[in-house]
Every structure is written in C-alpha cells, then in structure tokens.
Design a binder for this molecule. Sequence first.
Ligand code: SF4
Ligand code: SF4
Length: 249
Amino acid sequence: MSKGPETYIDRSRQLRDEDTFCFSCRPDRSCFTACCYDLNLLLMPYDILRIKNRLGMKSGDFIKQYTNIYVGQGSGLPVISLKMDKFHFNCPFLEKGKGCKIYEDRPGACRTYPLVRMALRSRDREGVEEFYYIIKEPGCEGFENGKRWTVREWIDSQGIAPYNEMNDIFGELLQAKTELGIPYLNADQINTFYLGCYDIDAFRQYFLEGPCLERCMESEDLIERVSQDEVALLKYGMRWVKKKLFQVD
Ligand code: SF4
Ligand code: SF4
C-alpha cells in the first residue's frame, strides 16, 4: 500500500516477532479512512481470491471491474492494482463515514499496515527469512497514544498468516524468474501467468473442467483436493505457472 513519495518507511529498525511498536487505528481518529485514498494498492493472488468471493464475483469479472492490469517495468510480469475512484480517488471499497466494506477480506497490505513485510529468500536456504519495517502514511495519527503490540500479536490480531503463506508461494515463482535471468515474458507466457495466479475461476475451468492433458498426469488425490478447496487450487495454480514457465518444481 503506497501513496508515493510521502509514504515513510523506517528502514532503521528491522522488527521481528517479539519486537514492539505502538499503534491504534480507531474510528474516532480525525484521520479515519484518510489512508484509503489515492493508493497504489497492488493485489496479490490471494487478495484477489478473498475479495472476489466476498463480492460474489468471478475472478475475471472482478479484475475487469475493479483493477488495472499492466506489465511491471521492473519485474516484466503482469501486475494488478486496485482502481481508485476516478473523481474522488477513494478505494472502491470505502464506505463514506463507515470504513471498509470488505473489512474481513481486505487485502494483505491493508491488514499489515503500519508494518510492511520483507521476505528474504536465498538459494542455500529453505523458506524465507522475514522481518517487518514500520510504514507511515501521511497524516496517519495511529502512532499517537497507540497501544503497544509485539509484531506477533499484530499478525495474529489482523489475520495476516494465510496472506503471508500464499504470498511466499507467489514469491517463489517471482524468484524462479529472477534466478533464470529472464527479463520479459512473451504474450503466451503472460497469459499463463495471469491464468494460474490471478484468474482462479478461469484456471479452474481450464484445469478441472476442460480437456486438460496436465490434469491426467496428476494424482486422483490432488485432483480431489484442488476440486474441493479453492486455496489449494490457487497454490497449485502458482506452482503450475512456475513449472510451466520456468521449469522449476
Ligand atoms: S490514517 Fe492511520 S489511524 Fe487513520 S484510519 Fe488510516 S490507519 Fe487508521
Ligand atoms: S480495501 Fe478497505 S482498508 Fe484497504 S484501502 Fe480499501 S477501504 Fe481501505
């Protein structure tokens, strides 16, 4: 979540589980919902899954109606960001005077604020090394007279763990591309990436309902699991992209 140059990230402190910070976001703050305007809010695959289900929409329709999609200059990969209102610049899920309409399914970045997660990967190590920085949006009063939290308490209270787990699987895919030194994908590869990572309902149709050779090569157990569990399907979709585009399991 970023509003550009005025957003401040304190890189002087790397916070881990038991480190503390003070913060309270409450409706009686004069800044209430000010942080939901004029954002460059990138959506991760799991954010899209949660929000499209919250809205009762197909993933493709949600992406078309609520987001901008483009190829990232640095990554060369499709990137999806939430479209702000074109007149008032507010997030489309902001309900004036009330707050977030999709609060229980709000994106990971909104949950994690005022922290931002750094996940470091290395070839020599399994999993990720994670820590957090404090990030401050302009005008945010949440740091004044805030409650003291450990990082772990904040993560638990905001339901961030499943977002981190899914973002780490997505991160493995991005890392595979970086390690192979591939600068850009061609149009077919971009479509594959989009299908497996972002458009989960179209991926279900392709993989589970169509005449898909790749499905025949998977075990019955796996097919059963991904048929019944959309999160498992998304995990499979991201790993399918990694294997298909970068030949990495
Ligand atoms: S600006 Fe900060 S304190 Fe105010 S509503 Fe947003 S997160 Fe909460
Ligand atoms: S999703 Fe909710 S919390 Fe996040 S910016 Fe939009 S209204 Fe604010």
